[in-house]
Design a protein around this ligand. Sequence first.
Ligand SMILES: Cc1cc2nc3c(=O)[nH]c(=O)nc-3n(C[C@H](O)[C@H](O)[C@H](O)COP(=O)(O)O)c2cc1C
Ligand SMILES: Nc1ncnc2c1ncn2[C@@H]1O[C@H](COP(=O)(O)OP(=O)(O)OP(=O)(O)O)[C@@H](O)[C@H]1O
Length: 152
Amino acid sequence: MTRRIVAQGTFDIIHPGHVHYLSEAASMGDELHVIVARRENVTHKEPPVLPDRQRRDVIDALEVVTEAHLGHSEDIFVPIERIDPDVIVLGHDQHHDADAIRDALAGRGIDCEVARASGREPRYEGELLSTGRIVDRIIESRASEADDVDAV
Ligand SMILES: Cc1cc2nc3c(=O)[nH]c(=O)nc-3n(C[C@H](O)[C@H](O)[C@H](O)COP(=O)(O)O)c2cc1C
Ligand SMILES: Nc1ncnc2c1ncn2[C@@H]1O[C@H](COP(=O)(O)OP(=O)(O)OP(=O)(O)O)[C@@H](O)[C@H]1O
């Protein structure tokens, strides 16, 4: 029997934390399906810069990923019902409550485990494992370059 795993997230600017999460999720089964959040549903932080389709296409191209799916715009359990996974792997810092997801799955008659992935810490000075921090770094470095030009 094929064991299907589901991972999910925004995946705006890819970094080694994403690679760690997706590799760990893939190692838990035979197929890894990734649900890429739609921009309109990313409400708890700055929305992604890149279009939905581009974020999905990049995740879909990764070797550990069987298929990347754009999420549903209103009901996060619609793709789950279609994929019919054995395990949903939450990211180490994802705000979703595992027990609330288990209850919602049970309420819909979906038989699926919910697990939590481990986090990946930086391995050398300056390694950035957060899309938000990469964006901040770009803004800071562009601003200091602009200051340098103004000072000439
Ligand atoms: C089980 C599960 C299913 C999800 N399905 C969808 C979905 O169908 N559509 C969507 O836009 N986002 C979906 N999401 C992603 C959440 O919207 C997402 O966690 C959040 O908006 C993106 O933030 P994050 O990258 O910090 O997790 C799902 C998340 C979970 C845990
Ligand atoms: N350092 C990390 N170690 C392990 N998993 C990570 C790491 N960073 C992100 N992930 C996981 O990757 C998935 C997608 O993450 P997301 O697209 O929200 O990126 P992010 O870098 O965490 O964003 P931000 O820092 O801007 O909130 C989530 O499940 C998240 O838990």
